[in-house]
Each structure stands twice: as C-alpha cells, then as structure tokens.
Ligand binder design. Structure first.
Ligand SMILES: [Zn+2]
Length: 471
C-alpha cells in the first residue's frame, strides 16, 4: 500500500508523492515564545514528530523546519509586564521550549528558524507584494489586499461574503476589514526594525512564507499546524506566497491536527485552562504522554481528562509487561510449532502496522496491532513456558522498531534482579552527592548530576529529598 495523506485543501486522502523524488520538505508552525509549552502544543508537536519518524522509516529524506515566533505583540506585551527586553524574554522561553521538546522525545526537527533572524527576507517579500499590486501602505502599516487574490478563502473554503463575518481588526486606514498586516508601524520607543515603510514590526503570517520561500522555494510538500491555524494564518500564507512567487501551489499537502479541549473548550493560554508540559511531566513520563495522544487519530479532537491519561499509562504498562515477560521466559533450544507460527506471523503484524500508518498515519489502529502482537506473544509464552532465543530477539526487536515510530517502548527492559540493583546503586550515588552538597562541594555534586543526566538518569531535588527518574 502507498502512503495516503489527508489534505485539508482538497478535503480528501491523497496518495503521497513528494515534489522532488524521495526528498520531503515539511514546515510546521512553531511556538510564539512568551510562555511555557502546554499540552495542547504538545499534542500538535508529537503528532508531527510521529509523522516525521514515519516518513523517515519509509526511507524518505525528510527535511523538517519549525519556525520560532520571537517577534510578536504578545511577546512585547509580556515583556513590558515583566520589564525585560522582548528578545530576552523570547530567548528565555525558547530555551524552556527546547527543553520540553527534548523531554517529550521530539527530536525530528532538522532546523528551528527564528523570525527575528529573517527580517531581510520578510521585508523583501513585503516589497514584492507591494510592487505586484497585492499590498498597500497606510499610515499604520502595510496591508495585504485580500480582494486582489482571487483564491483567498480556498483553504478554509469560505466565500468572500462569509469571510467578512469574521471579527477583524477595525483599523480604518485599511481598504477592506479582512486585509491583514504585513508590516506594523510602531513608535521608536517600541521594539522593532527599520524598513522602507518606517520603523516597526512584521505581521505574523509573513514570517512563515519568508522562511519557507527562502529554504524550500515557492512550492514544498507538507505544511503542518493545528486546525485553528487554517484561517486566517494559513489562508494568508497561501495568498502571500502564491502572489509573491507567482507559483501554485505553495504547499502540496496541508496537514492539520485536531484540537485538545478541556470539557469541550479549547486548551489555551487565553482561557487559562491549560496544563504545562513541565507540570504534566512531573506526574507522567514522556512515553505516557505520547501514548495518550497517539491513541487518538491526529485529526480528531481529544477532550482531555486526567483519568484517560491514567488509563493510557496502564495500557502502555501492559505492553511493557509483555516485553518483561518475554525477557524472563526461559530459553528453548528448538522452535516449537507455536513458535514457528508466531515467527511467521511477525511479518504480518508488521505489515498491518505499516498499513495503518500508510492510511493517513492512523496511530490508534497501529497501536491496536501492537496489542494484538502482545496478546499473541503472551499466549505462546503461557502455553510453552519457553521460547527460543531467536524468537525472543525478533519479537523484542519488532516491538522496538514499531514502537520507535511512535516514540514509545524505547525504555530498557530489565530483569527484576537488575532493577533492584539499579535502585540500590542510585540510592548510594544520591547519598554521596547529598553529603558533598552538605560539605559545599557543589562542583563535584553537579558533575555527578550532569554525568547521570548524560546516561539518561535525572536527579530532582525536592522538598522531600532527592528523587531520580529515567529521562
Ligand atoms: Zn505559522
């Protein structure tokens, strides 16, 4: 089966064929860095991480760019409140963002691109749009004239009369209420840059197209983002880029992730109903969070409740228990009939998993295949009480390989005795480190913590003493 991807533009699943042979260029809207990442963001970025992992698993040569919006009115407002420079605030939250991404195991992005480092490209694109008659300058800024771009509304499937019903910025200098800002003129006391239209800041939508045209050219394969970005953000991107370059389409596959809601309302900073990734990671490990999200198809909405997260943890644990069982089962020298059966079935399980992923990255079905496999393995172990070493290895490798696409089942499986020893060893290390800290030997104490971090063990100093966990 070939990979099929749901394209928001055509509202249908399409066969995936990249523009340049095996090469896939993908861009995903990144964070506006003025606050911590919350679970709504995590859902989106985990979804594209799985998509990226799968594309690479299918041997596509994927180049994945994510932008960092570090120039934005929200950042400037927050910086004012906190009385720090906006860039300083943005850098601080960008660092937190990177830490959270790493802890969630999201490691597929090739390049993070900051908007503030692409002012020249942004200004050039605005210039082109003015020259081509798509944009105009007023005393408050430069605006895109949406009536000039006949395709405006094609992604969100809205007619001009529907578009005018959206709540818009009522700036009286604009020709039409739907016209969006490419450049916002600002006073010199505010943070900004010089431009041919005076001092100010770029609009939000122009960042993405200035970046993608620079790195990918006028057309690329996949543009991702959460569903609420379809309008106006992605609609505006199409208008900007297709008008500026004269090439259609800007994007071959528009891929959007469903919302994460809390009691039916979108999880968002503005509603204040969000849980940060850092808080969630204090209670749940990264694989549990990932598993919770991939139990639902990436396009479907998820209504968050903690009970479901607990269930996800339990259900992931049953997969680990199977791996543990397998590890602890005695080895047999010869394959039994059952073993042989299972051996041949492994290929079928793998194919079923791939078929599910080929069907628009259907992770819930892919996960159900892992459970079927686990069920089968448990059945054989229970019946035979022994398993051949070759089969043992093949089964664990398959779990690891398929789990790796989803970013789960990557933790080492230990024998019970080993686990106990690790626990005791860490107790000893923590005791020594605390003694060093009591003696104010902070340098060595920190070195111990850093070295442990490098081998995948995180120490956390809490009010109730030092705890450890696998990172
Ligand atoms: Zn964007």
């Amino acid at each position: 089966m070939v990979l099929k991807v749901y394209n928001t533009l055509t509202r249908s699943k399409e066969e995936f064929t990249p523009l340049h042979g095996n090469r896939v260029n993908m861009f995903v809207c990144g964070p506006t860095v003025y606050d911590y990442m919350h679970l709504g963001h995590a859902r989106t970025y985990i979804a594209y991480d799985v998509i990226a992992r799968y594309l690479r698993y299918k041997k596509y040569s994927l180049f994945y760019i994510m932008n960092i919006t570090d120039v934005d009115d929200k950042i400037i407002e927050r910086a004012k409140e906190k009385n720090v420079h906006p860039i300083k605030l943005a850098v601080e939250y960008e660092n937190y963002f990177m830490e959270d991404m790493e802890r969630l195991g999201i490691n597929t992005v090739n390049l993070f691109v900051r908007a503030s480092e692409h002012l020249e490209e942004i200004i050039n694109q605005v210039k082109t749009l003015i020259e081509k008659g798509y944009a105009y300058e007023t005393e408050t800024g430069v605006y895109y004239d949406v009536t000039k771009f006949l395709d405006y509304g094609k992604l969100s499937r809205q007619k001009p009369e529907e578009l005018s019903q959206h709540r818009v910025d009522p700036d009286p200098t604009k020709r039409h209420p739907q016209d969006f800002a490419l450049w916002k003129k600002r006073s010199r006391e505010e943070f900004g840059w010089d431009s041919p239209w005076g001092y100010g800041r770029p609009g939000w939508h122009i960042e993405d197209t200035a970046i993608t045209v620079t790195y990918f050219g006028p057309t690329y394969d996949i543009h991702g983002g959460a569903i609420e970005l379809i309008f106006p953000h992605h609609e505006a991107e199409i208008a900007q880029a297709e008008a500026a370059t004269g090439v259609k389409p800007l994007v071959r596959y528009w891929v959007h992730t469903g919302l994460l809601t809390v009691r039916g309302e979108k999880m968002s900073k503005s509603l204040g109903n969000f849980i940060t990734v850092r808080d969630a990671l204090k209670k749940y490990d990264a694989e549990t969070l990932r598993f919770f999200f991939i139990l639902t198809h990436y396009r479907s909405p998820i209504d968050f409740d903690e009970q479901k997260l607990e269930q996800a943890r339990e259900s992931l644990r049953t997969l680990y228990n199977t791996l543990q069982n397998l590890q602890e089962t005695e080895q047999a020298d010869e394959l039994t009939e059952e073993d042989k059966n299972l051996q041949t079935k492994l290929q079928q399980f793998k194919q079923k998993f791939i078929d599910a992923m080929d069907d628009d990255f259907n992770t819930p079905v892919a996960v159900s295949v892992l459970f079927e496999l686990a069920h089968e393995v448990n059945r054989v172990i229970q019946k035979n009480k022994r398993i051949s070493s070759k089969l043992k290895e093949d089964v664990s490798n398959l779990f690891k390989e398929l789990g790796g696409i989803l970013g789960i089942l990557q933790k080492p499986i230990r024998k019970e005795a080993e686990t106990e020893i690790v626990d005791k060893l860490l107790e000893v290390i923590i005791e020594v480190r605390n003694e060093l800290r009591n003696r104010k030997e902070y340098e060595i104490a920190d070195r111990i913590r850093n070295r442990l971090r490098e081998v995948g063990i995180v120490l956390e100093d809490t009010g109730k003493g030092t705890r450890w966990r696998f990172s």
